[in-house]
Ligand binder design. Structure first.
Ligand code: COA
Length: 163
């Protein structure tokens, strides 16, 4: 499996993959693929990595800029998608570890995401006192430190999330 940056030619395959991955997901809004398109169109993708096997894109992870507690400069990781036939084979783990490495190397002090603590806890993400996001149960709002300590406060997402 190769993990690499997306290229222009990948955009359609990424959208199809995200749609398929979230079709059966317990927490979905059906707009995950469109969200990545809006972030890309807004030049707000800090990273967009694909996992590829034998020329097929089987996984994807994206990150965008976010504020936490009124302070800018953090990264919000979303969405993470693995093609249904390839789930449970560590593709998501590989993408997450690659993304965290990239963000740390780029100097991001910390990252946040909205997701299942039972899954994301293994990557160092946890709920924190004061960490929250409007409309989301606090147990599902998670952060971890990268070059700094784990951030807490209200998340300020890129406008593409509410478009
Ligand atoms: C969630 C997702 C990205 C995980 O990717 P994956 O490649 O299937 O996960 P991995 O193989 O790296 O999983 C590693 C471990 O996490 C566990 N795990 C996977 N998905 C999980 C979930 N939703 N909740 C709890 N644990 C989970 C696996 O069982 C595995 O456990 P183990 O280490 O004890 O064997 C993928 O299943 C997916 O695309 N799901 C649909 C879309 C989605 O829900 N995305 C996340 C919301 S942003």
């Amino acid at each position: 499996m190769q993990i690499r940056d997306e290229t222009t030619g990948d955009h359609g395959a990424i959208a199809a993959l995200i749609t398929l991955a979230f079709r059966e997901a317990p927490h979905r809004d059906g707009n995950e693929a469109a969200l990545v398109g809006r972030l890309r169109d807004s030049d707000a993708l800090i990273l967009s990595l694909v996992a590829e096997v034998a020329g097929q894109i089987i996984g994807h992870i994206a990150a965008s800029p976010c504020g936490i507690g009124g302070q800018s400069g953090f990264a919000l990781i979303a969405p993470v998608s693995v093609l249904p036939g390839f789930q449970g084979k560590r593709v998501g783990s590989g993408l997450m570890e690659a993304a965290l490495g990239r963000l740390r190397d780029a100097g991001y002090p910390g990252a946040a995401l909205v997701g299942d603590p039972g899954y994301y806890g293994r990557f160092g993400f946890a709920s924190r006192d004061g960490l929250g996001c409007a409309g989301i149960p606090p147990d599902y709002v998670l952060s971890r430190g990268l070059t700094g300590s784990a951030p807490a406060g209200l998340l300020g997402l890129h406008p593409a999330f509410t478009a």
